[in-house]
Design a protein around this ligand. Structure first.
Ligand code: GAL
Length: 706
């Protein structure tokens, strides 16, 4: 048993390693600008870093602010329970991250066991995308490079005899939004993060310097390979057809969207398009007699096609036999579990997808069921499963979503084509993947918290819309959806679009709501808002891609010095300049916190001072959005799809007296877009705007709002 204790103090990049019996010196390696690696004990061979597809984005990392020395010290020890790591936490240092945590924003004071779980209903760490990475308001991040269900105690544990002397709630907090939680969880005391990693005899730990929390997150995302850049079409509206639709029904509804001017860029097919779905054959069923023809027809109407599937390979699949030697020793739903850590498995799997779907024009996938449902349902492989690559079931659960994405990334990258898709499991180093998480849990508040939280951990998330409790619920959910990374309506179990009937049973019985056209019109204008924002959101993703700054972020990431932002889990930033405060059904108004600076109501143009909480009563048609003063906000024409020329014709709003120039990027959706910069600038004296560098973009109107 390994009982050594490593104590690292990381001043000046050096790490002092000591054992209980003998002291030894080692060095914390500065592996990239502002990134330090600590090797503690003997790490496992199968980890997120060891199995990564994308190398760190060196160019982006080189442009980050200089951090002279590692901001935290680290100590570790072997244990019969696995490997233990301690990282100190200061008084009032708030912890965020750990992946897609739908039930909580602040992680400080909580114990989280990072298990992959398809139904993460409790706030215990279970997640579709548990990520062993956290950041703090002190402006650094920590990645524990493990593919185990690690447990994080994020402060609040006291060792015997060390009851924090002089530890008391700092007055620095003053009037803030979380006095109760603040006292209960003892944020004001110095403490530590304790991480327990089962099975392991050591671990590599990475520290990401800031100086700000936002910089630390950006550095982590760049270390991961840089943020994903979806094609523009991926930023349009998505609609998933009911599972039992055939080719004709699919084409008919797609035609109806165009006829009724409901914007849509991507049509998703749900289980039912293949001869066998659970487990999967990946072979088109006769319900789709001419998939290539259907895709061509949809393409000519401006649509892309996305296919639902999961990885468990049915015996009737043509790749089943080839995968036998490259799969685990347990099956799921009678299908093989491909060993996606094995390049050969990825090749067999990806190769078939390329030939049978992508070559026909399929633009991407929804990779379902790649999380683990044994905690709540009863499927998936056990933790004791073995895979030819050497991984056990637990490690495979931690890496499966990512390596599954690798199998398909290889296909699109090989064709020099970009994709955008969905995935139900992800984890460490996910930033470069153009895949968005989703869930069967359907709580609107939790779904919004997902948008707030995703930005801490290099993941993307959609609070998708299905059916609704009421038309109010429908509109409020749709509004959150269009202000998220992927604007998806997932009608996989409803026959008619939800704006015709929100109630599932009645919908499937074709009993439409009286006056549904009015609801449809309201939904149309919400979807049009998305279409108008495509250039702005696209630019936010280019920044994610190049500089690692998440396109959707918690308020605290931009204003960590303002304690009033620390606990806000129902407002978020979309891009640099938009503050979004979604409404929930049943509420006629809400409080909105505006951080420092002046803000403008997107709808009315009314100006508000910052560092204040305001009460608003927005009408049902409007999701509260506030624009930061000093912003040039380009809005496209509301087009049916992103290919329409109107998607490049901009009405430019100019907020405040001295707006900074705004940058958009030319993108032809190809595998190697130019991303040439288009600059929008405003001359306050002359009251005129200019657009420079544009090939496709054009500014057709400028409106100053002050
Ligand atoms: C679920 C998935 C849903 C839908 C459904 C179809 O696992 O989360 O979005 O695709 O499968 O069976």
């Amino acid at each position: 048993m390994n009982r050594r204790t490593f104590l690292g103090t990381a001043g000046g990049g050096g790490l002092l390693l000591q054992t209980r019996r003998s002291a030894a010196q080692a060095t914390a390696q500065a592996v990239h600008p502002g990134v330090w690696e600590f090797r503690l004990g003997t790490p496992e061979k199968i980890t997120p870093v060891a199995t990564r597809r994308y190398p760190p984005a060196e160019a982006g990392l080189a442009k980050m602010p200089v951090v002279a020395s590692c901001p935290v010290s680290v100590s570790g020890s072997g244990s019969r329970r696995g490997y233990l790591v301690w990282i100190p936490l200061g008084a009032n240092e708030i912890v965020y991250g750990l992946g897609l945590q739908l039930q909580s924003l602040i992680q400080r004071g909580l114990k989280k066991k990072l298990r992959v779980n398809a139904d993460p209903k409790m706030d215990t760490g279970d997640s579709h995308a548990p990520t062993p990475f956290y950041v703090t308001t002190a402006g650094y991040g920590v990645l524990i490079d493990t593919a185990r269900y690690a447990t994080f105690y994020c402060g609040g544990k006291q060792r015997k005899g060390q009851a924090a002397a002089g530890a008391q709630a700092s007055a620095a907090i003053g009037e803030n939004a979380l006095p109760a939680a603040y006292r209960r969880r003892r944020f004001g005391e110095a403490s530590e993060v304790l991480v327990e990693i089962p099975e392991a005899e050591g671990v590599d730990l990475y520290v990401f310097g800031g100086p700000t929390m936002r910089d630390a997150v950006a550095r982590y995302n760049l270390f991961s390979g840089g943020g994903a850049l979806p094609p523009r079409w991926g930023l349009g509206v998505w609609y998933r057809m009911k599972g039992d639709f055939n080719q004709e029904a699919t084409l008919a509804l797609a035609a109806e969207f165009r006829a009724r001017h409901m914007p849509c860029d991507v049509i998703g097919l749900e289980p039912g398009w293949q001869t066998h779905a659970y487990s999967c054959t990946y072979v088109w069923d006769k319900k789709f007699p001419d998939p290539a023809g259907m895709i061509r027809q949809l393409d000519s109407a401006g649509y892309h096609v996305n296919l639902w599937e999961h990885a468990f390979t049915n015996p009737a699949s043509p790749i089943h036999e080839a995968l036998i030697a490259h799969s685990g020793d347990y099956e799921v739903w009678g299908g093989l579990v491909p060993d996606f850590l094995d390049p050969e498995a990825r090749k067999i799997f990806g190769g078939f997808h390329e030939k049978e779907h992508v070559a026909l024009g399929v633009s991407g996938y929804k990779l379902d069921e790649c999380d683990n449902s044994d905690f709540t349902g009863n499927w998936s492989w056990p933790e004791i499963a073995r895979f030819p690559s050497g991984a056990d079931g637990e490690q495979m659960h931690c890496l499966f979503g990512l390596r599954y994405q690798d199998a398909l990334e290889a296909v699109f990258e090989g064709r020099k084509q970009r994709t955008y898709g969905l995935v139900r499991s992800s984890g460490a180093l996910a930033a470069p993947y153009p895949y968005v998480l989703y869930s069967d849990l359907y709580d609107h508040r939790e779904f919004v918290r997902g948008v707030v939280n995703m930005g801490f951990s290099g993941i993307l998330w959609t609070p998708e819309l299905r059916n609704a409790e009421s038309t109010e619920d429908l509109l409020r959910r749709l509004q959150s959806v269009v202000l998220s990374p992927l604007a998806q309506i997932d009608a996989w179990y409803i026959k008619n679009p939800p704006w015709k009937q929100v109630e599932r049973k009645a919908n499937n019985a074709d009993q439409l709501m009286p006056g549904w056209e009015e609801i449809e019109a309201k939904c149309r204008s919400v979807m049009e808002l998305r279409m108008r924002l495509v250039p702005y959101l696209h630019a936010a993703f280019v920044r994610y891609h190049r500089s690692g700054v998440p396109p959707f972020r918690a308020l605290v990431m931009d204003a960590p010095e303002d304690p009033a932002t620390w606990a806000i889990d129902d407002q978020y930033m979309a891009g640099e300049a938009l503050l979004v405060a979604p409404m929930f059904a049943g509420e006629s108004g809400r409080a909105v916190y505006l951080p420092a600076g002046d803000w403008f109501d997107f709808w009315s143009g009314r100006r508000y001072g910052g560092r204040q909480r305001i009460e608003i009563q927005p009408p049902l048609e409007q999701i509260p959005i506030f624009v930061k003063s000093g912003t040039i906000l380009p809005l496209a024409q509301p087009t049916p799809d992103t290919r329409d020329a109107g998607s490049f014709r901009l009405e430019v709003r100019v907020y405040g007296e001295r707006p900074a120039a705004a940058t958009l990027y030319e993108d032809d959706d190809s595998g190697a877009p130019s991303l040439a910069e288009v600059t929008l600038a405003w001359d306050p004296a002359a009251k005129t705007g200019t657009i420079r560098g544009a090939a496709r973009y054009d500014a057709v109107a400028w409106t100053p709002i002050a």
